[in-house]
Design a protein around this ligand. Structure first.
Ligand code: ZN
Length: 305
């Protein structure tokens, strides 16, 4: 009986399905966090209600992913349009959770699954809130960094140590995490300070620097360095077409350019940093770490001659 239970958990299709449904439910809660935390509202009470007319949302209209699609983005109570963000966050969380279950869900790696789900969930909320409000609440950046330090000591497999680690290995994982916080946030701080001097205005928010501390706590300094450059790269390749387009379309919409993207407009950097952190943590970690270690050992070799 026990054996067959383990067999079902070893089935990749089953793991993917469980991860997807669990992620859809968590994604629904993350939507509540993204909507309510910037407004200073409780994320527990009251239960879901329509932001327009205040009618309570029935359970049938509150099923993650399904309800949005069934209602085609139109609230059942009034003419409120359900934001596309509700569906995107639920779907995105579901897909990422399925991937985490699949990648880390092997026997003996359940602690890695849990720490990965915490990291991914916080990143999704940060991406959503920064995208909509241009701020990153301290409870996620500073709070997330503290959580990363605690999880590194409690579950050292986060930094590649075995799950049944000794105290010395737990201390090493904590050291990697502390170094990650300090090196990552300091690197972005100095890059921002120098860039700010060059363009003669504030280039980065404090929120981004603190966010990098959170990323470093979970990913170590290698992840932090990757996320700085990866985030800048993603921002550049995704925004240049948008900016060029809005620059051209401004000619025809000259009286309505207040809300348009354009050169010199403030754009949140957090969502790009967050996406780069997800790419590193879920995909490129081994590759990037190996590459950076190779560079450093070559560098040391040259200077030891
Ligand atoms: Zn309504």
């Amino acid at each position: 009986m026990i054996e067959s239970t383990f067999e079902i958990f070893a089935d990749p299709v089953f793991i993917l399905i469980v991860g997807f449904f669990f992620g859809a439910i968590v994604g629904s809660f993350l939507n509540v966090c993204i909507s309510r935390i910037p407004l200073g509202k409780s994320i527990v009470m009251p239960s879901s209600s329509c932001p327009r007319c205040g009618d309570p949302v029935s359970w049938f209209h509150n099923i993650p992913i399904f309800s949005w699609l069934a209602l085609r983005g139109q609230a059942s109570c009034c003419d409120f349009k359900l934001p596309l963000r509700y569906l995107s966050v639920e779907l995105f969380t579901a897909l990422l959770f399925a991937f985490v279950f699949f990648k880390f869900g092997g026997v003996g790696e359940f602690d890695l699954v849990c720490t990965a789900l915490v990291f991914v969930s916080i990143l999704i909320v940060v991406i959503g809130i920064d995208f909509e409000t241009m701020t990153i609440p301290d409870r996620f950046s500073i709070g997330g960094a503290v959580a990363g330090l605690a999880l590194s000591f409690s579950f050292p497999s986060l930094h590649g140590f075995s799950a049944d680690a000794m105290l010395i290995e737990r201390m090493s994982a904590l050291f990697i995490s502390v170094t990650g916080v300090l090196v990552s946030s300091a690197s972005l701080y100095w890059i921002g300070a120098i860039a700010g001097r060059l363009i003669n205005k504030e280039a980065l928010g404090q929120g981004d620097v603190k966010l990098l501390g959170f990323v470093g706590a979970f990913c170590g300094w290698e992840g932090g360095v990757f996320v700085i450059f990866g985030g800048a790269f993603l921002g550049t390749i995704l925004l240049i077409p948008v900016m060029l387009f809005s620059k051209f379309s401004k000619v025809s919409h000259a009286n309505n350019q207040q809300n348009q993207l354009g050169w010199g407009m403030e754009i949140p950097f957090g969502p790009f940093l967050g996406m780069a952190a997800l790419i590193y943590f879920l995909g490129l970690r081994e590759f990037v770490d190996g590459w950076l270690k190779g560079i450093i050992s070559n560098f040391l070799f040259v200077f030891s001659q």
